[in-house]
Design a protein around this ligand. Structure first.
Ligand SMILES: Cc1ncc(COP(=O)(O)O)c(C=O)c1O
Length: 394
């Protein structure tokens, strides 16, 4: 079978590959602690599960409107207006199966071959994959560890060109846990306001933060009209498998994304949307409790990683990932991740899974229990004698 040429340009998400490698080792009887997976380890809140079950029983099992049920789009618009302090309406919202399709559909709708797209590196790998798939020009922006993994803003300015079509922002970020400071966003807005560019603002971790509440770039003058907010239910309400997300965007683009939905999915599952409505309108204590637990784990894993020879881990301000700098081990990040999996039974991801500027880092998801995190740290500490000994000899 000869695949279309464009398939040679599409990328992947290696988290899924590492997960299947870990599962294969488990089949052979090896015990693995999973710190590679990017999904909350909590069940979907009970009232949301109940709403989903009730919706099936009540017959929400047929096709719905392609862009989502009107009352659900209105509820999302209300939620975004409240949480971001911006005026958006239901017609700005397109409901899709997960946050990911918003990347694909919005880039598909606006990016031409040869257009330049600026995106964070290390960053969520699907940005770069879709940019390449569309034959556009990827312009990776390295993240600066000493700036809490934000951009070097002078570098950003120098990368903007007449061909720049889109700038992707992700805050709080995967894989670094970084939150872009408000002042940085103000300057980015100043750089972009008068240019013919769009911003894809991936805010899927918007509710998972430990310091100041993250700012959305849409709050700055002139930015709402040129920004797509990507958000959804996967992380906030622990609903990764329900497949429920949305984009908030100018109406003309919302219509284009709706057309792409007609041509691909027809609609997002109806009962899933009813569960989403219950999540938005119901009690939010479940989210607060999840974030409190993530904070305890964050503090434990950061302290533990900093005690490992060759590791240096800054404190992430959001999401549920620790992203230690491991250059002190003297090992390439990919080799170190393999060694931790095979020798310590700890699954994590190499920073290079998120782009070339991820070399020298590992990503640990702390969506796992405090006990398992403690055990993983102990196992890593034991195998660290290998590189620590080489370091001492060298
Ligand atoms: C930064 C970022 N954006 C989007 C997504 C996609 O979320 P969903 O599972 O809702 O498609 C993820 C999931 O890992 C993510 O880390």
């Amino acid at each position: 079978m000869k695949l279309a040429d464009r398939m040679s340009r599409i990328g992947t998400e290696s988290a899924f590959e590492v997960l299947s490698k870990a599962r294969a080792l488990e089949k052979q009887g090896k015990h693995i602690i999973h710190l590679e997976i990017g999904q909350p380890d909590f069940p979907t809140p009970a009232h949301v599960r109940e709403a989903g079950k009730r919706a099936i029983d009540e017959g929400w099992t047929g096709y719905g409107p392609t862009a989502g049920f009107p009352d659900f789009r209105e509820a999302i618009a209300g939620y975004i207006s409240r949480t971001r302090g911006i005026p958006v309406a239901g017609e700005n919202v397109v409901v899709v199966p997960g946050g990911k399709p918003i990347m694909f559909f919005t880039m598909m709708a606006v990016v031409e071959p040869g257009d330049e797209v600026i995106y964070p590196n290390p960053g969520f790998p699907i940005y770069e994959s879709v940019i390449n798939f569309l034959d556009a020009v990827p312009v990776p922006m390295p993240l600066v560890e000493s700036r809490g993994f934000s951009f070097d803003l002078d570098l950003l300015e120098s990368k903007l060109s007449p061909r720049t079509k889109m700038v992707v922002l992700n805050s709080p970020a995967n894989p670094t846990g970084g939150v872009i400071p408000r002042e940085d966003l103000r300057r980015i807005a100043d750089l972009l306001r008068d240019r013919d560019v769009l911003v894809l603002s991936d805010e899927i971790y918007s509710r998972i933060y430990y310091e100041d509440e993250p700012t959305s770039i849409t709050q700055f003058d002139g930015m709402l009209e040129k920004t797509i907010i990507l958000d959804g239910f996967s992380k906030t309400y622990s609903m990764t498998g329900w497949r429920l997300g949305y984009g908030v965007m100018p109406v003309s683009l919302a219509k284009a994304v709706d057309l792409l939905m007609v041509n691909s999915n027809s609609c997002t599952a109806s009962f899933t949307q009813r569960a989403g409505l219950a999540a938005l309108e119901g009690p939010q204590e479940c989210v607060n409790e999840m974030v409190r637990e993530f904070r305890r784990r964050r503090d434990a894993i950061v302290t533990g990683l900093n005690a490992i020879p060759g590791f240096r881990c800054s404190v992430p301000a959001g999401a549920f990932y620790a992203f230690p700098n491991v250059t002190g081990t003297g090992l390439p990040a990919g080799d170190l991740a393999d060694l931790l999996m095979n020798e310590a039974g700890v699954a994590c991801l190499s920073g290079t899974a998120f782009g070339s500027y991820g070399e020298g880092y590992l990503r640990f998801s702390y969506a796992n229990s405090l006990e398992n995190i403690a055990e993983a740290l102990e196992r890593i500490r034991k195998v660290s004698e290998r590189w620590a000994a080489v370091g001492r000899a060298g």
